[in-house]
Each structure stands twice: as structure tokens, then as C-alpha cells.
Design a binder for this molecule. Structure first.
Ligand code: BGC
Length: 654
């Protein structure tokens, strides 16, 4: 039935319109070229991105449906990575929950809100396994392990898409960036990746395969060269692996401008050849570079490409539009979003997801949980009251942060206490982020002068001195991780460690809360600060979740999805490595470096809680096994401490 409908549509479409479906056009002004309205009216379009305006969606859709020659509706697409209006912990944090329910429930809410705003398609989940903690985009994925990564991949696909993509509360998901982007040389964003087929098959590809098995509708090709061939023109990846081996039936979109980038990458001599390479490789949709629309007709005219080849690429795009019910329901109800966002469970899921994601790294002497009858708490640090750092990297286009900060969360938790605050010296990137000005439309404040920084430092120390308990909130700002946000060092940026030392010297008990989107080498803190909570970038309810944990209403249970190296230069440092002739700890040739321990500061899987566990009755079903047979290992675990994971939302989510 669907196939018939598609053939009927194709039969009445001109070549220009067919090529139009292969284009994802920009709804934002920063891409030069004709306005979206003009393109749509003339030839239609597969999709529009970088637009986040419900009214405008309906206007453009009306042009597509009523004025374009074949009246094919548009797919509106945007990056909804960890929440649309209600923001959830960043994906790396959700992976720390080790609970697929966390991303599934979070992305269900994200999909509902995004769809209510008029979006049909999100560019997530991001499935790049990453073992180089310097890479800024590690924040968007599930960390270093393919098994955990696959579980998180499938859960996110289920969350976004549900069981039925015609459900009006769901969006199409997109598995990205296919493939190898997390392995760029030395973690430098966009640089080439070199991966053996063994590494690809064992480590990089499994989450993508899991996404296909979970029914993911679309894929996005990566930016970089994989083994010297751009992923967006990589026939082996897109045809052999994805379609032939995995039987993927959806469509593939390029990353932004990636088709045209094949010229810059030296893979195509001009845009015409870049278009040809993308099309031949099986890349269905050109994101924002207009290379297909400019060249496809000429490629057909000159005999480099057949109409049948174009149609083969158009079919899965039309199929998804049909399956979603877009032809029957092309428009979105204006005003629906506000009603949907007001559903109380959206914030509840956000708070629960944040609680479940946090990792207790240290709790010497049981400093945590803190007592609620405490009189005077100082909350110190540049991120303590930062909504941006709390919501984290990859905000939806045009989103205004509105998070409960750690300061606000602690104030809400302790109505009877005096809660003071000082940010200390500001932190900022040495080289600013493009996203700061271009995407967020913000103008950069001038940097603090050395005098201003000193004054802020002093005020912070004095504020801490006057308190009975200090909570330091340190880490990285939202734009210090993410796209184009790699770092060579993993130290706390700016003067944060200096401030931590000065405050610790006062002798007042200090609990450190980290807000960051990647592992940090907090070596000094790990030695000298009694309590450390890794809160990541926890989302809208982040500050409440931090306060729930600090004051014992919730028991932290997250475990690291990626190891924390002692130095940035130790990356990649991962647990699943082969044995060597000289295992660590053997007397010869050790340690691996002569200038410090090569082991992680905190390993993969690490995380404490407020309770204690006992393990007993370990059993292995068979002492020996053959390849292909199953062995069952069982162990009894009992919670013999005083705390269960949550007293706040436990009743809500069991
Ligand atoms: C990123 C993608 C993203 C796309 C669209 C690119 O710069 O690499 O992850 O989905 O932009 O916003």
C-alpha cells in the first residue's frame, strides 16, 4: 500500500521536484542563498532545519502543501538532544545511570514537546563511542563502551519514536554520526579517523546496529574522513554495512554542509563531483549545502546518474512522510506546546533522570549526606548559579535556559538556613566558541580584568569563611564541551582549583559538586576534598536533584560511563583493552609513563552510594563452555546499608 502510494507520487513529480526531496534546506539566515519560501514554492523540499517557530512551520508547510507542484509536506528537523523545553541531563550523564529507562522516558518527553512545537524529526541519538576524553562531543554520547552505548542507543530510539511513528507525540530519530567521529585523531574535532575494521565492528558500529534493530528511521553521516574517505561519500558504510548487512530501510542525511565539504576535504574536485559522490554512495539527503539541488539535474542530463538512481534515494524519504501521517496531518496546533510543557510529569522526569545520572566520586568520613538543620551554607563557584552550565551543551536552537541552579536548589531545600553565594573568578575558553555568537546570538562580555578576578576571588573566600558548610560548584561551562569544544588539558579551567585550595585551607567542610560534560582531571580534589559529586550537566531540574542528593533525600547510584584520566595527554585511556606481554603491575617495563601513574583517576564503572552492599552466593552455571554456548553467572546482592535510591521520586517511578 505504502509502496503504491509512493509510486503514484513519483509518477507525478518532475525531476526537479524529486531532487527537491533530497534537500534539507536552512530556515535560518546564516546560510546564504534563496529564502526557504522560494525554494519550497518552486520545487518543494525534503526537510527544513534550523528553524524553531511554530507559526512559521505552518506557514512554510502551507506553501509546500498548497503551492508547490506536487504538494508534498515538509519534515521539520532540529537537534533535540536532551530535551526541547524541559531539559534532561546530557546524554553522557544519562548513560551514567546505566538504566535504559532514564533516556527512554526522557526522550519520550522531549519528543512530545518537540512535536507539540511542530517538529517531526530530531538529530539524535548521537552514538559515537569515544575513548578520547579531550573530544568535546563526548558529552553527546554514551561514553567509551559499545555495550552500554548500544543499550542507550536503543532506549533513545524507543523514547523518540515509540512503537509507531504515526503517533502524534513522537518524532523521527536519527542515529549519528555514521561512523567513527568519536575517534578523530587526538580528539581534535573534525579531524580524520583511522579505524581498523576490527575496531569498527567491535567498538564503533554496535550502537548504530542496535539503533537499526530498534527501528531508527534515519541516519546522519559523519563529517570526517574515515580511513581517507569522507563518511558522507563512503559507499562501504552507507551501502554495504548499513543497507546490505543491516537491512536499514530509512534514509540517510549528511551532516551540515558535509556534501559540499567533500571539496574542501580533497575528495571531490568541485561541487558537482561532490554531489555525484554523495548520491552514488547512497546518501539520500544533503543537509544545507544545496550541492544536490544545484547539480543533480545536470548529472542526469550528462549521463553520470540515472533518474532511477535518484528515485531510489527519494523513496525512503517519501515513505517516512507517508508513515508519519504527514499527508493527512501536515500542520501543528498553535498553542499546543504550552499545554504540553505544563504537564507536571515533564519536570518530574527531568528531576528523576538527573538524580539517577549523578555519580558520587568520593565521600570520606560520610560527609554526605549533609544535615538539613545546618545554619549557614556558602555556595561558591562560577557555575553555582549558571543556568547555562546546569542545562548544558546542545541547547535547542533559540532556547532560553531556565534551569534550577545548584544555588537555587539548595535554597529551596533549606528554607530555614542562611545560604550565601559567591561565584569567584569567571571562567572562559581561551578561544571563544562559534556557537556563542552565531547560534545563541549573544554578545560576549569583556573578560574580567586581573583586578576584578582578584576581587571576586577574595569575596568568594570571605563568603566561605563565614559559613558552617561550603558547597563548591566547579567544572566547565556549557560551551567548553560539545561541538568544536575539544581541549588538550582536562584540568579545571581558570582559577577554579586555586580557589578550591584557598577555600579548603579555611578548614570548613567542603563538598565539591562538578558540572561538566566530559571527564575532568580533578587530581588535587580527589586527594584533598572529602566529598565529590559528579553532577554532569543535569538539566532543568539539575539544582533540585543536586540538593536532593547532598541532603540525603536521594541516594546517588550513577556509575561512570567513561574513565577519568589523570591527564588529558593520557587519552585514550579505556578499560576494554587487550592484554599485553607486560601487564600493569608486572615488574618489567612499568609503569607505562615515568612521570606519573597511567591508571585512571576514576575508572569506567566507578561510583559510590550512601549505602553498602553485600555480594554472596556467586555461581557459574558451567565450569567450561564451547563457542556459542551460554553461561549464566549469578550473584545475590543485598543492600545492607541504611538507604534506598530515592525517597523523593521512588514512589513515582518505583
Ligand atoms: C552537527 C550535527 C548536527 C547538525 C545540525 C552539525 O554541526 O555536527 O550533530 O545535527 O549540525 O544542527
Amino acid at each position: 500500500k505504502i509502496a503504491e502510494r509512493i509510486e503514484t507520487l513519483l509518477a507525478r513529480m518532475s525531476l526537479e521536484e524529486k531532487v527537491g526531496q533530497l534537500a534539507q534546506i536552512s530556515g535560518a539566515d546564516f546560510v546564504p542563498g534563496p529564502k526557504a519560501e522560494e525554494i519550497i514554492r518552486k520545487r518543494g523540499a525534503g526537510s527544513v532545519l534550523w528553524l524553531n517557530d511554530t507559526k512559521k512551520f505552518n506557514e512554510l508547510q502551507k506553501i509546500a502543501v498548497e503551492e508547490s507542484p506536487s504538494g508534498i509536506p515538509l519534515l521539520f528537523a532540529l537537534d533535540v538532544i536532551h530535551g526541547y523545553r524541559t531539559i534532561f541531563p546530557v546524554p553522557l550523564a544519562m548513560a551514567a545511570s546505566w538504566d535504559p529507562d532514564v533516556p527512554e522516558k526522557s526522550q519520550t518527553v522531549a519528543a512530545r514537546e518537540a512535536r507539540a512545537a511542530g517538529l517531526h524529526w530530531t538529530f539524535g541519538p548521537m552514538l559515537d563511542i569515544c575513548r578520547d576524553t579531550r573530544w568535546g562531543r563526548i558529552v553527546e554520547g554514551a561514553g567509551e563502551d559499545p555495550y552500554l552505548g548500544s543499550a542507550m542507543a536503543a532506549a533513545q530510539v524507543r523514547g523518540f519514536q515509540g512503537d509507531d511513528i504515526s503517533d502524534p507525540e513522537r518524532v523521527l530519530a536519527c542515529a549519528k554520526h555514521f561512523a567513527g567521529y568519536g575517534y578523530s585523531d587526538a580528539g581534535r574535532d573534525y579531524d580524520p579517523s583511522y579505524l581498523s575494521e576490527t575496531q569498527l565492528r567491535n567498538t564503533v558500529l554496535p550502537p548504530f546496529k542496535a539503533a537499526v534493530e530498534a527501528g531508527v528511521a534515519t541516519f546522519m553521516s559523519a563529517y570526517m574522513d574515515l580511513n581517507d574517505v569522507p563518511a558522507s561519500g563512503n559507499r562501504w558504510l552507507l551501502r554495504q554495512v548499513l543497507r546490505k548487512e543491516w537491512a536499514f530501510e530509512g534514509f540517510v542525511v549528511s551532516d551540515a554542509f558535509a556534501v559540499a565539504n567533500m571539496v574542501i576535504q580533497g575528495h571531490a574536485k568541485d561541487r558537482r563531483e561532490a554531489a555525484l559522490r554523495g548520491l552514488k554512495a547512497g546518501l539520500n539527503m544533503d543537509m544545507s549545502s544545496y550541492t544536490y539541488t544545484e547539480n543533480a539535474a545536470d548529472l542526469v542530463a550528462k549521463g553520470d546518474l540515472t533518474v532511477a538512481e535518484i528515485e531510489e534515494l527519494v523513496r525512503p524519504i517519501l515513505a517516512l512522510k507517508v508513515k508519519m501521517g504527514l499527508f493527512e496531518h501536515p500542520y501543528v496546533e498553535e498553542g499546543l506546546l504550552e499545554k504540553v510543557v505544563a504537564r507536571p510529569e515533564h519536570r518530574q522526569v527531568s528531576r528523576w533522570a538527573a538524580q539517577r545520572s549523578m555519580v558520587l566520586l568520593k565521600n570520606e568520613g560520610g560527609l554526605l549526606p549533609l544535615k538539613k538543620d545546618i545554619k549557614k551554607v556558602a555556595v561558591i563557584g562560577p557555575l553555582a548559579d549558571s543556568m547555562e552550565a546546569t542545562e548544558g551543551s546542545w541547547m535547542v536552537f533559540g532556547h532560553k535556559p531556565a534551569a534550577v541552579t545548584v544555588l537555587a536548589g539548595i535554597r529551596a531545600k533549606l528554607p530555614g538556613a542562611e545560604v550565601t553565594y559567591a561565584p569567584g573568578p569567571e571562567i572562559r575558553r581561551d578561544i571563544p566558541s562559534w556557537f556563542e555568537s552565531a547560534m545563541a546570538g549573544e554578545t560576549r562580555k569583556p573578560a574580567q580584568t586581573p583586578e576584578e578576578s582578584d576581587a571576586a576571588f577574595k569575596t568568594a573566600v570571605e563568603t566561605a569563611r563565614a559559613a558552617d558548610q561550603v558547597v563548591m560548584v566547579l567544572g566547565e561551562t556549557d560551551l567548553m564541551a560539545g561541538e568544536a569544544a575539544s581541549r588538550a588539558s582536562l584540568d579545571l579551567p581558570g582559577r577554579q582549583e586555586e580557589l578550591l585550595k584557598a577555600v579548603a585551607e579555611l578548614g570548613t567542610p567542603v563538598a565539591l559538586v562538578l558540572l561538566n560534560g566530559r571527564p575532568l582531571s580533578v587530581n588535587w580534589a580527589a586527594e584533598n576534598i572529602p566529598a565529590i559529586l559528579e553532577a554532569w550537566e543535569p538539566g532543568t531540574e539539575g539544582g533540585n536533584a543536586v540538593a536532593d542528593i547532598l541532603f540525603g533525600d536521594t541516594n546517588p547510584g550513577g556509575k561512570l560511563p567513561v574513565g577519568f584520566p589523570r591527564k588529558g595527554s593520557h587519552a585514550p585511556l579505556y578499560y576494554a583493552r587487550n592484554l599485553t606481554h607486560s601487564p600493569e603491575g608486572s615488574p618489567m617495563y612499568n609503569p607505562r609513563y615515568w612521570d606519573g601513574l597511567p591508571t585512571p583517576l576514576y575508572p569506567f564503572g566507578y561510583g559510590l552510594s550512601y549505602t553498602t552492599f553485600a555480594y554472596s552466593n556467586l555461581k557459574v552455571s558451567a565450569p567450561k563452555t564451547k563457542v556459542g554456548e551460554t553461561v549464566t553467572v549469578s550473584v545475590e546482592v543485598s543492600n545492607n546499608g541504611g538507604s534506598s535510591w530515592s525517597t523523593v521520586w521512588g514512589p513515582y517511578y518505583g
